[in-house]
Design a protein around this ligand. Structure first.
Ligand code: EZ4
Ligand code: CO
Length: 402
């Protein structure tokens, strides 16, 4: 089998998605998600100019060799643009192999370790009581794990909380939106939210929270400690992750489980976190973390250190990435949980999916390959529109982490 053609499909059915389609001489094709939120065209150019010409003529079954061809062979290593491109290629190759052999991808990477995939939903409100109501609505939908985010008194808008009851979508068309942030207000507010949630809903439901990279280690240690009695499933991105050893301080002060990695790209972003057991869950997703090939290695290493997976699954990751994640989640022993934010109905006019939500879990069928398809004609009706993630400033105007 040989790769004869590679296409990029950039579309915006309610939000931007970049999809790679690798076509072979036997008519079998594979899909890969290449979406890097707010930087879609950087990945498209990297693929178009530097990867696609080298893919033509290659045997798509040589997945390990092709991964190293693009990772090692490029000389320039790592980085979100390059790694998203490699991830898309990798996903598409696994999709091709599954289709060619007539088996679902989970059967190529170890088979089913479980029958269904535990997911967590998002609940958010403008204040504590609205958030409490929204968590209740998710419990009514059968979710067993819920991430709670709340507006903060004195701040006009907060990460994770939408306006006008619209589904949360941080990327906006036009130039980046600027929000105002204050960590002191946040640190005072969040423990009140989780104490209230436990009072109302008791101990059985899993609660999660995303601090979205905004605390220093000592601030995160305070938060993790004050949340200890609320028994979170995890506290996510308490501190930005470039300085891995920064987590030693949080770890030594609290037993609140920690998750990180949605902006990471390779195993080298995680080596200190893993080997010093500074975290409990890895969030680096298939689409940005080097595809299934690289994440299988990350999961294997993590398993030695009692660390599980909990992949990023926001709506800016396409249904192709979610399907790839679900195959991985089904197969890998040290799976922990999967983030699940349903896409807008319009997204499913472009992407045809093979998974469904039921009773707190996602279920994926046994369609060969990844099991997801794209309708290119519908995609064409929704052209790309430039959009950016927001940015933050402190109350005095200083640029801060979003
Ligand atoms: O801000 O996916 O846990 N989920 C998140 C997301 C990220 C967006 C960025 O593109 O933190 O909402
Ligand atoms: Co997050």
């Amino acid at each position: 089998m040989k790769i004869t053609e590679v296409k990029l499909i950039l579309c915006s059915p309610s939000r931007n998605f970049l999809t790679l389609k690798i076509i072979t001489d036997q008519g079998v094709y594979g899909l890969g998600d290449a979406t890097l939120n707010g930087r879609e065209k950087a990945v498209a150019t990297y693929l178009e100019e530097y990867c696609i010409p080298c893919l033509i003529g290659k045997d798509p079954f040589q997945i390990e060799d092709i991964w190293h061809y693009f990772y090692v062979g490029a000389y320039w290593r790592r980085g979100p643009v390059k790694m998203t491109a490699i991830s898309a290629i990798d996903m598409a190759l696994w999709d091709i192999k599954g289709k060619a052999l007539n088996i679902p991808v989970y059967n190529l990477i170890g088979g089913k370790s479980r029958q269904k995939i535990l997911v967590y939903a998002h609940a958010e409100g403008k204040d504590i009581e609205e958030t409490v109501d929204r968590v209740g609505a998710k419990i009514d939908q059968g979710f067993l794990a819920i991430r709670a985010q709340s507006g903060i008194p004195g701040l006009e808008d907060t990460y994770g909380v939408s306006r006008n009851n619209a589904p949360y979508e941080p990327a906006v068309r036009g130039n980046p939106k600027e929000s105002i942030w204050d960590t002191d207000k946040y640190l005072n507010h969040i423990p009140r939210l989780f104490k209230r949630l436990r009072e109302v809903y008791g101990d059985d439901i899993h609660l999660l929270h995303d601090a979205h990279h905004r605390c220093t280690p000592v601030e995160a240690a305070r938060l993790a400690r004050e949340l200890e009695s609320c028994h979170l499933f995890w506290l996510e991105d308490a501190v930005r992750g470039e300085l891995q050893e920064g987590y030693r301080l949080i770890r030594s002060h609290s037993t609140t489980p920690l998750a990180i990695g949605e902006v990471f790209n390779t195993i080298y972003d995680l080596t200190t976190f893993i080997t010093e057991q500074l975290i409990d869950y890895i969030r680096m997703p298939i689409v940005h973390g080097g595809g299934l090939t690289h994440l299988l290695k990350v999961a294997a290493m993590a398993s030695v250190y009692h660390i599980r997976t909990g992949f990023h699954g926001a709506t800016d990751l396409s249904p192709v990435n979610l399907a790839a994640s679900l195959h991985f989640d089904l197969a890998v022993n040290n799976f922990g949980i999967q983030e699940y934010m349903p896409h807008q109905p319009l997204v499913h006019e472009v992407f045809k999916i093979n998974y469904e939500y039921r009773d707190g879990h996602l279920h994926i069928d046994d369609t060969p390959g990844l099991g997801v398809d794209i309708d290119e004609e519908v995609a064409k009706k929704h052209p790309y529109q430039r959009a950016y993630l927001p940015m933050n400033r402190k109350m005095d105007g200083t640029v801060f982490h979003w």
